[in-house]
Design a protein around this ligand. Sequence first.
Ligand SMILES: *Cc1c(COP(=O)(O)O)cnc(C)c1O
Length: 387
Amino acid sequence: MRSFDDDLAPLHEASLYRSLRTIDSPQAPVVQINGQEVLNFSSNDYLGFANAEPIRNAFKHGIDLYGTGSGSSRLVCGTLAPHASLERTLAKFKNTEAALTFSSGYAAAMGCIPALCGPGDFIILDKLSHACLIDSAKLSGATLRVFPHNHMEKLEHLLKWARAKGKTTSRILVITESIFSMDGDWADLWNIVQLKDQYGALLLLDEAHAFGIHGPGGRGLAAKLGLASRMDIQMGTFSKAVGLSGGYLCGTRSLIDLLINRARSFIYSTAPSPSLAHTIEEVIRHWLPTAYGEDRRARLWSNLAYLHTALKDRIEEPASAIIPLIIGSESEALRLSAQLLTAGILIPAIRYPTVSKGKARLRIAITALHSEGFINALSRELQGCAL
Ligand SMILES: *Cc1c(COP(=O)(O)O)cnc(C)c1O
């Protein structure tokens, strides 16, 4: 029988081996690694909420009100008042009939997609969709097809094909992210909505990197484009701009009722801490859509504009807080990442299978709390690298 090390050897050879790096300080633009201060350009804490004073206090207050643990899964005795209240608040915020929360965005996808589709159904995904969407689609047992990133002719072709092949009861589910996690660009949402309606398909939109950043009050890209009411299933996470953790799904009452009955990652997993649910609700009520959140979003966008000015010849105008520098070779991306870390800048190399082979990159993430001085330091170091 082969050993575990036998499995690891080819990863080392292909520059695809991964290991954990410990951060010894709270999530922030400057973090401690091995007693050294480094500038962090890799965090999804886009608004700097992960260690913000009012949100820390809300979390502490949540513990005083509801304790730390939830005791069981949601359907047994783990639905505490803050879970129910968060879901009402979120549905109202997203302007949908209902909402359901999960322990993570990954769990939301794994629960939702197999609950909605199975053998005899069709799932059509954008090629660059997040691993949790692909894994869930595979798990569902539905027939799976992928269209090249934002390729509308191919999407239409697949919709037409699925319509012809499926029964009248077959469900066709189109899945895309709104802001793509490793490229930072937008889905061609106008055309996707048009096509899914034309062919009688459903659309699941993953707003993981848009929630909190785009749209009025941070409601997401669909809301920004005036398309929110055309979405069938809206998914997102509290782990990025919200600065906490957890996943959500929003849609009609019957969608959410179906998920409560069928989503296995919801049914068979202990409810998230009630103090966490309380804190997420506080953020959605008091910090994300208010002047506090608006100020953070304004600082984020001005930082992005500042970085673009500094690196005009290297990057396109940012469409989100994610700026990829495509390197190509996995070993070269690792080398550059190590060189940057020596210079005090943390940008891990993103490699296969997170992105395609030969498309390794440095994924820069900007937050509201980066200063112009930090961004100057970043652009100085990047100019010095042979990119
Ligand atoms: C991060 C991410 C998820 C998973 O969310 P978690 O809450 O971190 O599990 C899902 N979809 C996309 C596009 C993501 O980037």
